[in-house]
Ligand binder design. Structure first.
Ligand SMILES: O=C(O)C1=C[C@@H](OP(=O)(O)O)[C@@H](O)[C@H](O)C1
Ligand SMILES: C=C(OP(=O)(O)O)C(=O)O
Length: 445
């Protein structure tokens, strides 16, 4: 990670214009990983060139694949074939990225190689037992720090046994790690999820030629099954713009009077769109234009106009479809009229930072009344008027905390400063330029 980069965001005029935010982070990681284990070439258009994804690209190279960027920005991955990943000669450094670490641990667990994983100070605090436990049940071995944190060593095997595993937490990363381990395991591996989480792994596995089925259980849970040892063939992939990144200019445009923006080619996977449902319930004027499909993923252009927002209750079962969007929703709630209650936020405590605590502390510093419930809920009391702002926000190596408070700064009476915007590079390179191009006032502090 580069140098510390304090940023300041000031009360802005209307946001106006048409922009495309960078490619979807989840889909970008998966396209590099599946490309690396397919036979032949995978051509990726619109790959997110954020630091998280670049860590995945570097890891896939250390595991034996080729992954290169053409001068025109297209990425080409030459895969080694399923089961043929090589033992890396160096530690796999996953930087700030939980997705990269957890998915790759699943993938290498089913190869007869030993890999050491590490990350930055934020990633090395995050729980990994959620993936090592099911992978151990399959027969992989892990040696690491107590408490299941990185750095840790994966001793993989091509003799894993398939399992049926019920997810104890709603996590697409855990689901994906198990499915990716199941890929090079004979027989069928099944993950049962009580709450639907993002299904990009399933969609992309099918795109590369694997068989993945889903079956509704009697209790309403979904069983996702991958058939092991398929032939995977290199594919062409068009990565949609990331809905989690689109959320930042979208909320800023809703908050500033006179705004009208268009966000091009945004992913509309229904397991990612909980923020739109919530904002529309709050009174947001968002229209979905030019709806279409790209490699199994729905995509649309979003037209967003300034709107007067009202507080709502966001049910806990919506959390998986907007898990990364709560910090910016909290910024919207701080400017809305009335109380917004967000339920079921326990998972926010184990992201790049404890997002529930960081958001609550940051809102209080900006003069916004809020409570954190013992049930891991967040209640935000908006007045319909601009919050006071005028605070320095701690971001704790968390890109989404930084971007969310910069969005709040565009609508606050006094400027909001974030202590470090450098981590924005993990998911949204060009964030400041894109926001300022629309009319925001964000500068180095
Ligand atoms: O699978 C993925 O690409 C992701 C899943 C989510 O994490 P969890 O699976 O931990 O909920 C999300 O927060 C993360 O940004 C990306
Ligand atoms: C939680 C996130 O990512 P990851 O888990 O991949 O670090 C995120 O991008 O908000």
């Amino acid at each position: 990670m580069s140098q510390v980069k304090p940023l300041r965001s000031s009360f802005s005029g209307p946001l106006v214009g048409t922009v495309q935010v960078p490619g979807d982070k989840s889909i970008s990681h998966r396209s590099l990983m599946l490309g690396a284990i397919a036979v032949g070439e995978t051509v990726i258009h619109g790959l997110l060139e954020g630091e998280d994804v670049l860590h995945t690209a570097a890891a896939m190279r250390l595991l034996g694949a080729q992954a290169d960027r053409d001068s025109d920005g297209v990425w080409r991955v030459r895969g080694v074939g399923l089961g043929a990943l090589q033992e890396p000669a160096q530690v796999l450094d996953m930087g700030n990225s939980g997705t990269a670490a957890r998915l790759l641990m699943g993938l290498v667990a089913a190869h007869p190689i030993t890999c050491v994983f590490t990350g930055d100070a934020s990633l090395n605090k995050r729980p990994m037992a959620r993936v090592t436990k099911p992978l151990e049940q399959m027969g992989a071995r892990f040696v690491g720090r107590s408490g299941g944190r990185l750095p840790l060593t994966v001793v993989g095997s091509d003799q894993l046994v398939p399992i049926t595993y019920r997810l104890p937490v709603a996590s697409a990363q855990v689901k994906s790690a198990i499915l990716l381990a199941g890929l090079n395991t004979p027989g069928t591996t099944t993950v049962i999820e009580a709450e639907p989480t993002r299904d990009h792994t399933e969609t992309m596995l099918r795109h590369f030629g694997a068989t993945v089925t889903t079956e509704r259980q009697e209790d309403g849970a979904l069983a996702v099954t991958v058939t092991g040892q398929p032939e995977l063939t290199g594919r062409s992939i068009h990565v949609p713009a990331d809905p989690s990144s689109a959320a930042f200019p979208l909320v800023a445009a809703l908050l500033r009077p006179g705004s009208e923006i268009v966000l091009k080619d945004v992913g509309m996977n229904p397991r990612r769109t909980g923020l739109y449902d919530t904002l529309i319930e709050m009174g947001a004027d968002i229209t979905f234009e030019n709806q279409r499909d790209e490699a199994g993923e729905p995509v649309a252009d979003l037209r967003v106009k300034h709107s007067r927002l009202r507080g709502v209750v966001v049910p806990a079962d919506r959390a998986p479809s907007m898990i990364d969007e709560y910090p910016v929703l909290a910024a919207a709630a701080a400017c809305a009229e009335g109380t917004t209650v967000m339920l079921g936020l326990k998972e926010l405590r184990v992201k790049e930072s404890d997002r529930l605590a960081m958001v609550a502390d940051g809102l209080a510093a900006c003069g916004v009344s809020r409570e954190v419930g013992a049930d891991d809920s967040l209640t935000v009391h908006g007045t319909g008027e601009p919050p006071k702002g005028g605070a320095l926000i701690a971001t704790a190596m968390d890109h989404r905390i930084a971007m969310s408070f910069l969005v709040l700064g565009t609508a606050s009476a006094e400027p909001i400063q974030v202590d470090d915007g450098a981590f924005i590079e993990t998911s949204f390179p060009g964030f400041v330029e894109l926001m300022n191009g629309l009319g925001a006032k964000i500068s180095e502090a």
